[in-house]
Design a protein around this ligand. Structure first.
Ligand SMILES: NC(=O)c1ccc[n+]([C@@H]2O[C@H](COP(=O)([O-])OP(=O)(O)OC[C@H]3O[C@@H](n4cnc5c(N)ncnc54)[C@H](O)[C@@H]3O)[C@@H](O)[C@H]2O)c1
Ligand SMILES: [Zn+2]
Length: 352
């Protein structure tokens, strides 16, 4: 077991290990002492696997447990569910000293976290992430959100949890494609900041050491969010591959998965970075090679022109410039800002 302390404005521990679900009640007693009621928010798939176990553990620690289950999938991260959860909490007389427990992937974590950030102007919450993506990315750092009709994550808040419990055993029941999606983010951390992790992943493929890998990724996310809690600087590195990925996801009407889009985004950026001399051709080949070893795609089916058009409306664009993260070598990346014309040249110019 590993405990990683996150030193944001409100600090909290992330526990990584096995068999943690059964110990949820003990952890709540230790880290969220005031709570008398725990509102367990989850989705139907995760509920069927783990809802009972978590409820039993929390009830065993003497808390009243109430449960709210949404259908699985991104479609649940919406305003209707958000309002329904608010009404549920009010009807159940959940007070400011009580607790929300988010059990599930990034969808549940973002939705339940936003409910916690706003119900009675904020109540405590803990994250129990059950997907690889949620363990290494969304459960740490305090970004919470719901989607609006105009786009993803458009209403939200920065609000840190009291505790994150990453039970590695929950990854056993993940469908393979969802596990692989998370692998794209794990590989991203290796390319950004950790050549040793990259080499470990390259050698072990999907059979990587989970405790080491998940812990290393969380430590890197911790290092970024503690210096840039509100996403004005270093946190942007986590967007490596994501500007192109978001464009492709939008073009596909969200039929390609996020992990696949990120994989293609990282490989494409690396190829372009090699073409303009930012990294070597062998670095770009290493990046495409590892993604391929994980069964992730490396080439977009859209043309650079199509991608560019969609990127113009990317909400992350600031002051007319687009920031891209480029690899210089494995374990070291840089941020570069491009005007729209330069971006077009970077993407669409040169050999393809
Ligand atoms: N807050 C952040 O910083 C942040 C960062 C990255 C992504 N996100 C958000 O995260 C969301 C994506 O998260 P996700 O990929 O975890 O998707 P998800 O929550 O939809 O989970 C994917 C699927 O896996 C199922 N599942 C979850 N855990 C399982 C388990 N242990 N066994 C079997 N099935 C399981 C779920 O029911 C769901 O169908 C997006 O909404 C994205 O915007 C947020
Ligand atoms: Zn991502």
């Amino acid at each position: 077991m590993n405990i990683i302390d996150v030193g944001t404005s409100a600090p909290y521990p992330v526990v990584v290990g096995h068999g943690l679900l059964e110990e949820t009640g003990d952890y709540i007693k230790h880290y969220a002492k005031r709570a008398e009621t725990a509102a367990l928010i989850t989705d139907d798939t995760v509920d069927a696997f783990y809802g009972g176990r978590v409820e039993k553990s929390i009830a065993g620690a003497g808390l009243r447990v109430i449960r709210y289950v949404v259908p699985h999938g991104e479609g649940s991260k919406n305003a209707e569910n958000y309002i329904s959860i608010m009404n549920f909490l009010a009807k159940e007389q959940v007070t400011r000293s009580d607790l929300i427990v988010a059990l599930g992937g990034g969808v549940v974590g973002d939705l339940a976290g936003f409910a916690a950030a706003t119900y009675l102007r904020r109540i405590d919450y803990i994250q129990i992430p059950t997907t690889l993506l949620a363990q290494v990315d969304s459960s740490v750092g305090g970004k919470t959100a719901i989607d609006l009709e105009a786009g993803k994550n458009l209403a939200g808040a920065f609000y840190q949890p009291k505790l994150v419990l990453c039970d590695l055993d929950t990854l056993d029941t993940l469908p393979e494609e969802i596990f692989r999606d998370g692998c794209a983010e794990v590989i991203k951390y290796g390319i950004l900041w950790d050549e040793d992790l990259f080499e470990h992943l390259k050698a072990r493929r999907t059979d990587f050491d989970r405790e080491y890998t998940v812990s290393r990724c969380i430590e890197m996310k911790r290092d970024v969010v503690t210096v840039d809690e509100f996403d004005n600087g270093k946190r942007q590195f986590l967007n490596f591959g994501h500007t192109l990925a978001h464009a492709a996801e939008a073009l596909s009407n969200y039929s390609i998965s996020h992990g696949q889009a990120v994989a293609m985004g990282m490989a494409t950026i690396a190829e372009k970075a090699a073409a303009d001399g930012t990294c070597s051709a062998s670095c770009a080949a290493e990046i495409a090679g590892i993604l391929d070893r994980f069964g992730l795609p490396v080439k977009f089916t859209y043309t650079p022109d199509e991608m560019y058009e969609v990127m113009l409306s990317d909400k992350k664009r600031k002051g007319g410039k687009i920031s891209l993260i480029l690899p210089e070598e494995i374990g070291y990346c840089v941020i570069r800002k491009y005007t729209l014309e330069e971006m077009k040249e970077f993407l669409c110019g040169g050999p393809d």
